[in-house]
Design a binder for this molecule. Structure first.
Ligand code: PEP
Length: 248
């Protein structure tokens, strides 16, 4: 039985008050596809206003600190995101793993903190082009999962995994269907090994240059339970056709 699809937008460092109308438009048009879960992960500064602008529509953050509070200048905790109106968060995005030097252990701690705060989590993994070219993609991603997945699944919040090949993010390049199928199949096997039958219910999203033209084909691949979408999530005109592809 295929899992219900989740299409989440990652707005990265984009989004001002002037973009709230776009969020309203995305939320309104997403309601036309009730068989798909849709969410937008916006900058922390916009969570509160986005949640108020689109009541009932899932708004998420893009990172959390692992601690609940404390002397961590510039950071926001999972409880703070929830308090601002978020219902989910991304953790372990490759842009943070690279630029902020986040380790797998950091990502695990963030995922566990977010789930404890009842935020749904999208945990990102993915290989570099160099690793893909030398044939180590599956091994690398499974090793990342081994060290960054939460130790246990907590009820009350949902974990999803996003496979995001680093070389496909924002580049217009995407893996072949066979490469996506191989990776998602390996991730599914690992989730079942780790969590037992619950591992079958964890959605595995594909992320990296998803757009209205390639979404339907990507969603047709086995074990692709949705998408994490960057650039094409900024405007309803691009994002909603991707949601529509997930619905059909
Ligand atoms: C992302 O950054 O998570 C992403 C998938 O970006 P893009 O869709 O722009 O490749």
């Amino acid at each position: 039985m295929p899992l219900r699809k989740l299409v989440a937008g990652n707005w990265k460092m984009h989004g001002l008050s002037s973009d709230l109308d776009e969020i309203r438009a995305i939320a309104a048009r997403a309601r036309e596809y009730p068989n798909v879960d849709v969410a937008l992960c916006v900058p922390a500064t916009l969570i509160d206003r986005a949640a108020r602008a689109a009541p009932g529509f899932p708004i998420g953050g893009q990172d959390v600190h692992f601690a609940e509070k404390g002397a961590f200048t510039g950071c926001a905790s999972a409880f703070m995101l929830r308090d601002a109106g978020a219902s989910l968060t991304i953790v372990g995005h490759s842009e943070r793993r690279e630029a902020q030097r986040e380790s797998d252990a950091d990502v695990r701690a963030k995922a566990e903190a977010a789930l404890s705060a009842r935020l749904d989590v999208i945990l990102c993994v993915g290989e570099s082009l160099e690793v893909r070219d030398r044939g180590g993609a599956v091994e690398t991603v499974i090793a990342q999962l081994g060290k960054s997945l939460p130790q246990e699944l907590l009820s009350g919040a949902e974990l999803a995994v996003a496979y995001e090949p680093i070389w496909a993010i924002g580049t217009g390049k995407i893996p072949t269907n066979a490469e996506i199928a191989e990776m998602h199949g390996a991730i599914r096997g690992d989730l079942i090994d780790r969590y037992g039958p619950d591992g079958r219910e964890i959605r595995i999203l594909y992320g990296g240059s998803v757009n209205p033209s390639n979404a339907a084909e990507i969603f047709s691949v086995a074990d692709v339970d949705g998408a994490l979408v960057g650039g094409a999530s900024l405007e309803a005109a691009d994002f909603i056709p991707i949601v529509a592809a997930a619905a059909s």
